[in-house]
Each structure stands twice: as C-alpha cells, then as structure tokens.
Design a binder for this molecule. Structure first.
Ligand code: NAD
Length: 500
C-alpha cells in the first residue's frame, strides 16, 4: 500500500446532532446533599466540541462557595468517618448500582460534553461502575500492622483512620472516570470530598451528584464548579482540607503543591505523560502496530497514558511504520452521534485544538515527515487527522512534549541500552510499553524503565486491582488498587502502658 491508496480522513456526522438537554443536571453547586446557587453571578459556558454549540452553563464558583462546601464536608465526615467498613461498602455499592441504572444518561452527557465516540463513553462508564464496586469490596479488607508488645509493659495498637476532608480537582479527558478514581477510595476510607470538575466538562460529575442525592449521606460528596485559579486554588489552600488530589497537567500540579505546602497539606498528583512504546526486532510487529492504533488514538490521543512515542529498532523500523500507517488509515473520525463505527472524536476545546494544530505546524516546519495525517479537519468541531510522524530524530520537540492529540511519532534505536536511555529521556514517568518475544528483555527492560506502569506486548490495559500513577514529572500518589486506600487514609499508633 502506498500513501496514494489511502483515503483522506473526513469527519462523519449524524443527520441530527444529539440533544442532551433532557439529561443536563441542575445548574448549581452540589453542597450538603442538594444543589445551591453560586455566590457569584459569573457562569461558564459548557460546549459540545463536536458541534461547538453551548449545551449548558454552570456557575463560576468562588472561594466562598468552596468554604461552604468544606463546612458541609467537615460536618458530614464526623459521622461518615465513624461508620464501619461494611456500612461504607454498602453506600459505595449503591452508588455503583445507581450509575449502572442510569448509564445511558451518563453516556449521552459525557459524549455531548467531550465529543467521545460511543465505545469510549461506554468504557468510561463501565470502568466507573467497576471502580465503585472494587472499592466497595476493598474497603472491607483494609488492615494495618497487627498490634503487639514492642516496649516492655506497653501494647501497641495501630489504627487506620480517614484523613478528613479531601479536595479533588479533575481534568476534562475522562471527567466521570477520573472523579470515580478519586471519590471511590476517598469515601471508602471514611473521608468526605469536595470536588471541582474541569470547567470544560462538569456535566457528568454534576449528574452523578443529582443521581446520588438523597441516596448517600448528605455532605460526604460535594461538587463546586469553576476555574482552577479560583475554586482549585481555594481547595489547595483551605486550612480545613487535609489532602488535595489533582489529576491534570504538570503546571497545575506544581501550582497545587506549592499552595498546599503553606498549610502542610498532603498532596496526591496524577499528571501528564509521554509514553514510550519500545519495539524490539523480535516483536510481533503487526500486534505492536495494532496496539499503537488502539492505545495511541483512544480518546483521540487525549490520554495521559497514550502510546504516542514509538522507539523501534532500526532493522524493523520501515516494516513497522508501514504496518502502523496501514492501521491508522482505517481509523474512523467523527461526531459521536454518527454511529458505532466512529473511533476518533474532536479535541476538547478550541484552545486545545489550536495547540495541537501549532504542534503539527512546528513539526512540519522542522522538516518532519507526516507518514499519514498531519492536518486539521473541516469544522464545525475541533477535529484533527490521525497522524504518524516517521523517522523522527532524537530530541525532536514533538516527541518530547505531551501533545494530547491523535499524533504518534516514530523514532529508531540501535541497541537495547540506547532504547532504555532514550525511553527514559523524558521529564514524565507515567507509563511505557515494551514489545518483544524475548523472555529476558520482557523483564529486564521494564525494570530499567522509569515509569509507574510498564506493559509488555500491550498498552493502556487497566484494572482496578492494580495501581496507576507516575514517577518524576508525572507526579506521585496512586489511583486504583489498595494503594489508593493507603494514600487516602492515615495510620495512628496508640501505645498503652499496662506495666506496674
Ligand atoms: P489542567 O491541568 O488544565 O486542568 C486539570 C484541573 O486542574 C482542572 O479542573 C483545572 O481547572 C484545574 N486547575 C488548573 N489550574 C489550577 C490551579 N492553579 N490550581 C488548582 N487547580 C487548577 O489539565 P487538563 O487539560 O484538564 O487535563 C489534561 C492533563 O491531565 C494532561 O496533562 C494529562 O496528561 C493529565 N491527566 C493525567 C492523568 C493521570 O492519571 N496521570 C489522567 C488524566 C489526565
């Protein structure tokens, strides 16, 4: 196949756009178990990125709104923190059941607010349900070290406690799922939550609040909508918040950590990524190319773990690139309502679309070769062609920074040592993958890679039982698994003197 055989990408569109208006949740903050108006008059437009239509407006929250939510969360946490794991488990299982019973409404809202194809929103909602179910079970297994007599005449008891009120700040790329990754373990450990969704994608989180209102204790789950610099900033600085957890960009993580330091608040950060995909010469090249088709372009590449930076051995680079271009040429771009075949939706917003467009233009100006794609697509909507840059030189800008779009770069390496060094040459440390059939490489290379998750012959497969989180610039703290419960709880040592 040559490039001239490849059909150019076009945007598939539905005859009539989806109308989410019947599902839009009440406009207001969710505080103490009900929706309340914001204290300010400003609002934020919520836009469908596939049509550019405004589909809702939410309050631009203020510090006073955060303070009101923290007050409600503090009051609720006292009794919630005193519940047994069994009682908390029942509440989490109830939330999972409520989401499952309302999945179509959540899917419609999420895809209208993000432009995600049906397969992606279905996966998001299924994973959200599974996260609550997993944490419902996991919280009943929470233990601490057994007590014992470690000093003469003294018995030690080690308690595991909630930390208190947790502030949560979520991104736009998986709005409902990222909320679930935080809220489920935070509630499971006996904390209460004040959550700020991304100002661009608040609808599914507000819908969750609407659905669980009256079904869970009032005040344990609060939502304040608004901007990072106001609502997010107040969550990071509020003295009564014990821990602040953010999923987002490195810059936002740095701002939150700096502010949180002033109150010596615990911080949990899941930040950006630039995942290398290391393809050895013995790999199943067709499987690797298919793996990058899926994991590099899932959610239009707007994924912190996206398989976006291929490092392939020079001896198989040509063959691998041919296979990858062939795979990518079959991706279907479109608006969510255009049918189940759509795989690639739009960028989330006009500014993000412009950022990706600029990155493509800079790469081309630097002389890089787009083996496929490389252009923006006709609007309305913020669509970009699935793109592969081949023969990318070491250190190229587009292969060093998070693009967060449907863009994959292919570099080559000559030796295993070079592959490891080059893969680690990134400020990020979230995830990576290694493609080989060699059993020694399949263990030794992951050990040498500085990333929180390393897949072998796979990429972007997640499960609630295993931790997710990064090293280096990708942050610290773990989502999912029992490790998240560790992060959102604290241990206390009680030592009883029974001597004399
Ligand atoms: P972003 O950093 O722009 O925004 C994330 C959230 O932080 C938003 O709610 C925003 O309002 C808030 N925020 C921004 N500035 C803030 C500040 N100064 N103080 C407090 N809050 C602030 O990120 P985004 O564009 O919404 O999401 C994309 C980013 O998220 C990418 O970098 C991606 O890699 C990352 N991400 C990481 C993971 C992970 O698990 N590591 C998962 C999803 C997304």
């Amino acid at each position: 196949m040559t490039l001239t055989d490849i059909e150019p990408f076009t945007v598939q569109r539905p005859a009539a756009g989806q109308d989410p208006s019947a599902e839009v949740p009440p406009a207001g903050h969710f505080i103490g178990g009900s929706f309340v108006p914001g204290s300010g008059a400003d609002t934020i437009d919520v836009v469908d990125p596939a049509t550019e239509n405004v589909i809702a407006q939410v309050p631009a929250g203020t510090a006073a709104d955060v303070d009101a939510a923290v007050e409600a969360a503090l009051a609720a946490q006292k009794s919630w923190g005193a519940t047994t794991p069994k009682e908390r488990s029942e509440v989490l299982a109830r939330i999972a059941n409520i989401i499952e019973a309302n999945r179509e409404s959540l899917e419609l809202l999420e895809s209208a607010n993000t432009g995600k194809p049906r397969a992606v929103v279905e996966d998001d909602v299924s994973s959200t349900i599974d996260t609550f179910r997993f944490m419902a079970g996991a919280c009943r297994t929470l233990t601490s070290l057994a007590g014992g007599d470690y000093a003469t005449g003294h018995t030690s008891v080690i308690l595991r406690e909630a930390v208190g009120v947790v502030g949560v700040i979520t991104p736009w790329n998986y709005p409902l799922l990222m909320a679930a990754w935080k809220v489920a373990p935070i509630l499971a450990a006996g904390n209460s939550v004040v959550l700020k969704p991304s100002e661009q994608t608040p609808l599914s989180t507000l819908k969750l609040a609407e659905l669980v209102a009256g079904q869970i204790p009032d005040g344990i789950f609060n939502v304040v909508t608004g901007h990072g610099r106001t609502v997010g900033q107040r969550l990071a600085e509020h003295p009564a918040i014990a821990l602040v957890a953010l999923t987002g960009s490195v810059v936002s993580g740095q701002a939150v950590a700096e502010t949180a330091a002033r109150t010596v608040k615990r911080v949990h950060l899941e930040l950006g990524g630039k995942a290398p995909v290391v393809v050895f010469p013995d790999a199943d090249l067709a499987a690797a190319a298919a793996g990058v088709r899926n994991a590099g372009f899932w959610n239009a590449g707007q994924d912190c773990g996206a398989a976006c930076r291929v490092l392939v051995h020079e001896s198989v680079a040509e063959e691998f690139t041919r296979l990858l271009v062939q795979e990518v040429s079959t991706l279907a771009v479109g608006a969510p309502g255009a049918g189940d075949g759509v795989e690639i939706g739009p960028m989330i917003s006009r500014p993000h679309f412009e950022r990706v467009r600029a990155a493509l233009a800079e790469a081309k100006a630097a002389g890089l070769h787009a083996a496929i794609g490389g252009n923006v697509l006709q609007g309305p909507g913020y669509f970009i062609e699935p793109t592969v840059f081949s023969n990318v030189p070491a250190g190229a800008d587009i292969a060093s920074h998070e693009i967060f779009g449907p863009v994959v770069t292919v570099e080559t390496f000559g030796s295993t040592e070079e592959a490891i060094t080059r893969a680690n040459e990134t400020p990020y440390g979230l995830s990576a993958s290694v493609w080989t059939r060699d059993s020694a490489l399949s263990l030794n290379v992951p050990k040498a890679l500085d990333f929180g998750t390393v897949w072998v012959n796979s990429h972007l497969v997640l499960a609630c039982e295993v931790p997710w989180g990064g090293f280096k610039g990708s942050g610290y703290g773990r989502d999912l698994s029992l490790y998240a419960l560790d992060d959102f709880s604290r241990t206390k040592h009680v030592m009883i003197n029974h001597g004399a």
